[in-house]
Design a protein around this ligand. Structure first.
Ligand SMILES: [Zn+2]
Length: 172
């Protein structure tokens, strides 16, 4: 089982700020228009020095569709977050992605454990997140297999936005 703490023991990934930019404010066009091959090549060339871990690069390129989906998922989740209502029970908690169904996402308040659901009919981001969940599952399957090698550490950093969801999945 991984956690941010265990991750913190490892070297930080270079250019994390560029990744943050890509994930947070990142140009939408980059994620939605450019095909996954280009995204993967761009991503790999940006974040992984050529002298570093061939296996890591190969996995990211082979699973470029999943990487692209995860980047879009992270980006969309960040856009959805501010639109979610605050927790009415404790007024302090932060909602984290908790579960999903065909047409809805469940978020849980990390303070009081209250759940809220949002559907595709409320926010267009919900559909986008659901459509891109398969990419997250591919990454999580790899993480459940080898969480702490170079690839695993890299993938953990990619899952920060969905950390609670990922931990639940990996516990199953
Ligand atoms: Zn709460």
């Amino acid at each position: 089982m991984w956690s941010p703490k265990s991750y913190a023991q490892y070297q930080p990934i270079p250019s994390l700020h560029i990744r943050d930019f890509l994930v947070e404010a990142g140009p939408e066009i980059l994620l939605f228009v450019i095909p996954s091959v280009a995204i993967a090549l761009f991503y790999v060339s940006l974040f992984i020095p050529w002298n570093q871990n061939r296996q890591l690069r190969r996995w990211l390129l082979q699973n470029r569709r999943a990487v692209r989906q995860l980047l879009i998922l992270n980006f969309t989740l960040k856009r959805l977050r501010p639109k979610l209502p605050g927790c009415s029970s404790c007024t302090a908690g932060r909602f984290e992605l908790w579960d999903h169904d065909r047409n809805l996402l469940v978020f849980r308040c990390m303070n009081c454990r209250r759940n809220i659901t949002v559907s595709v009919f409320q926010f267009q981001e919900v559909r986008q997140i659901l459509n891109n969940l398969p990419g997250l599952f591919i990454v999580l399957r790899q993480l459940s297999y080898k969480p702490f090698d170079a690839l695993g550490r890299h993938l953990q950093a990619l899952c920060v936005e969905t950390e609670v969801f990922a931990r639940r999945y990996l516990r199953r």
